[in-house]
Design a protein around this ligand. Sequence first.
Ligand code: FES
Length: 104
Amino acid sequence: MGSSLFRPFENLVEIQVLGRTFQVPEKNTLLRALQFLDPAGVSYGRFCWNQECQFCRVSYVMKSREEKPPREILACKVWAADGMRIVKLSEELTWALRTCLKEP
Ligand code: FES
């Protein structure tokens, strides 16, 4: 399973983005996983993909550690992990994911 855009993966993991649940590829950075949700939106975003621009900043908590305060990270630096709940997106990511995050 997979494509040249993604690192090889066999399974999907469950994450939440602003309260919506999605399945994304394991063994990929969070930014790449978000691109799995909206390939065009993330591709047209102004992302450097190498931890310089800061446009991919998100805040998240892990499902297993919800008592902890949200942690800020760069989505291009951290691996997507099962149980990750993203509670805040950068302006650029909000724009890039606008299609998959809009209300049904
Ligand atoms: S995409 Fe530029 S810092 Fe993550």
